[in-house]
Design a protein around this ligand. Structure first.
Ligand code: ATP
Ligand code: MG
Length: 555
């Protein structure tokens, strides 16, 4: 069996309070097959927070032999786009999940929703209100004071039907009327104070075109969509806790097939140094602070993918953080350690020199082809060939004219091992007019390939290198966190908390075997970090590598 498949098959099955509820519901026959849904609004690209919801909803369907629908919550035509719909499908699939049947759209149910609105009107449970948005706010009351009934609350059923018809036919201006559920203006739950369930919007919708100029609100749409799709467990984040009253109220008062779905809430993912709001991420894109939604610094699924994160590492992250009702902030290093663990196990090794310093091996001429393992402890990953030539590049940080014993790299007059190659000794340096070292002249010990010096000399340090003759020049993009503060979402002005060094570009060399590195597939550049070829900008002529994650936790 292929190794990565094996890893996936042994992914541990999580336990959490929602799975406990499902276990009970299945045991006592409340439900026979679990059916969940993932309901993104197509107004942006999915981010790491959505990954948590995806792993929860699709993971449950997978582990319980149930189903999970993908449903676009597309009730707000002015903010939504087909580009987002496509990216969402791609991201869910990339994460390794399959939705049941075709993707669904809340807009598929606009006719049905309209019918249920009429039913509520006929039952005296909805009315057309002409309060302006400002007046409505005033009438709503506060958390400590009850609201006041709208003067339009007691219209007759006939009048409500006629006005709602006019709204639907485009005979009423935007903002002049809305349809409201008639519940309780004194309810301790604000969402129950006669919430608006339909509003007028003269906007073209990406799925329904110009068919509608009234659009149902989220709370009315979501529960009915769940019921139509026979969802059993409707899982959402904690901010919808109060809305559960409205969810149940709507379903209890319409003639829709039973059994009804139930809503359960869990705490959303907050990640240090990261924004998880599509609105704010959109601003980064619009202001061109980042290179699009999939900039490798973005916490979007597509950004993490371009950065070199694997689907398995994101699923593992979601498993490790768990699902609870406690609000918390996850440390960024928790995410990094998931990709590091995956890549340490699975990424092929290679050599790249990011800050090149030329060395010349004076007692070597010609060219030798050396063989290096692609992984130190996974023989099945094979080997590759490394051209060893008279001129090589090492990293500037790996040479000093003088150093103490802690410095286990190349020092003038001392020896070091070149990774996968020979022991060399630095003999002398050449400098330019500014005193900068341009070349280090060395000698090598031809008896040290794959073995220690015969006379028992101890050579402790090992450094990486690339042939100066037979290599591929490459661009390296060294990424760091986008923000300087742990909670950038709280900043008044995003620009003030941007990390000016979130992207540092370097030019160096990679070994020849990387000329056609597959985009998004990370390598361990030995002693440097994990890097993958950039899916947007890397070409065979001009390879570009993104830093996925450093080898070790940085502080
Ligand atoms: P945003 O604030 O980024 O727009 P949202 O909740 O409005 O987020 P939706 O597209 O409505 O985005 O979300 C789809 C699903 O993903 C919802 O069920 C939502 O609860 C869930 N979700 C969104 N953000 C997070 C998060 N940070 N953690 C966990 N689940 C999330
Ligand atoms: Mg939303």
């Amino acid at each position: 069996m292929h190794h990565s498949e094996q890893l996936e098959n042994t992914e541990a099955r999580p336990t959490n309070f929602i799975r406990n509820i499902i276990d009970e519901d299945l045991a006592n026959g409340t439900c026979t097959q679990v059916h969940t849904r993932f309901p993104p609004e197509p107004n942006g690209y999915l981010h790491i927070g959505h990954a948590k919801s995806i792993c929860l909803n699709f993971g449950i369907a997978k582990d319980y032999n149930g189903l999970c629908n993908l449903r676009f919550d597309d009730t707000n035509p002015t903010k939504e786009e087909v580009e987002y719909v496509d990216s969402i499908k791609q991201d869910v699939e990339w994460l390794g999940f399959k939705w049941a049947g075709q993707p669904h759209y809340a807009s598929d149910y606009f006719d049905a929703l309209y019918g249920y609105a009429i039913e509520l009107i006929k039952k005296g449970l909805a009315y057309v209100c002409e309060l302006t948005p400002d007046e409505m706010r005033e009438y709503r009351g506060t958390l400590t004071e009850p609201g006041k009934n709208s003067p339009y609350r007691d219209r007759s059923v006939e009048e409500n039907l006629a006005l709602f018809e006019k709204m639907k036919n485009g005979e009423v201006e935007e903002g002049k009327m809305s349809l409201r559920a008639k519940i309780d203006m004194a309810s301790p739950f604000m969402v129950m104070r006669d919430p608006v369930i339909y509003r007028i919007k003269f906007a073209t919708h990406h799925q329904t075109g110009d068919k509608w100029c009234i659009y149902p609100m989220y709370d009315f749409t979501h529960c009915i969509s769940d019921a139509i799709e026979r969802i059993t467990h409707s899982i959402c984040t904690l901010e919808f806790q109060d809305n559960r009253r409205l969810y149940d109220w709507v379903l209890d008062h319409i003639s829709i097939e039973r059994p009804l779905p139930h809503q359960y809430e869990f705490s959303r993912l907050n990640l240090e140094y990261t924004l998880t709001s599509k609105r704010k991420l959109l601003k980064l894109v619009e202001d061109k602070i980042v290179d699009g939604w999939n900039d490798p610094r973005m916490p979007t699924i597509s950004g993490l993918r371009r950065r070199g994160y694997t689907p398995a590492s994101l699923r593992e992250f979601c498993r490790r953080i768990g699902v609870t009702k406690q609000d918390n902030v996850v440390e960024f290093k928790a995410l990094e350690s998931c990709i590091r663990d995956d890549l340490n196990e699975n990424a092929p090794r290679a050599m790249a020199v990011i800050n090149p310093l030329r060395i010349v091996i004076e007692n070597f001429d010609g060219e030798e082809v050396l063989t290096a393992p692609n992984h130190p402890n996974r023989e099945e990953m094979g080997t590759r060939q490394l051209p060893f030539t008279r001129e090589l590049f090492i990293d500037k940080a790996d040479f000093r004219e003088e150093a103490n014993k802690q410095y286990k790299r190349l020092v003038l007059g001392k020896e070091v091992r070149l990774r996968n190659a020979y022991v060399i000794k630095a003999e002398r340096v050449e400098k330019d007019e500014n005193g900068e070292i341009t070349t280090v002249y060395c000698t090598y010990d031809p008896e040290t390939l794959g073995k220690n010096p015969a006379d028992g000399r101890k050579v402790k340090g090992v450094i990486h290198w690339v042939s100066a003759k037979d290599n591929v020049p490459a661009e390296f993009r060294l990424y760091d966190r986008l923000f300087t503060v742990p909670n950038p979402g709280a900043a008044e002005n995003m620009e003030d908390v941007l990390n000016p060094e979130s992207l540092v570009v370097k030019h160096g060399f990679v070994e020849k075997s990387l000329a056609n590195a597959e985009p998004e597939k990370a390598y361990q550049f030995e002693r440097e970090g994990y890097y993958c070829a950039d899916s947007k900008d890397s070409t065979a002529e001009h390879p570009v590598f993104n830093l996925t994650v450093s080898l070790k936790e940085s502080f």
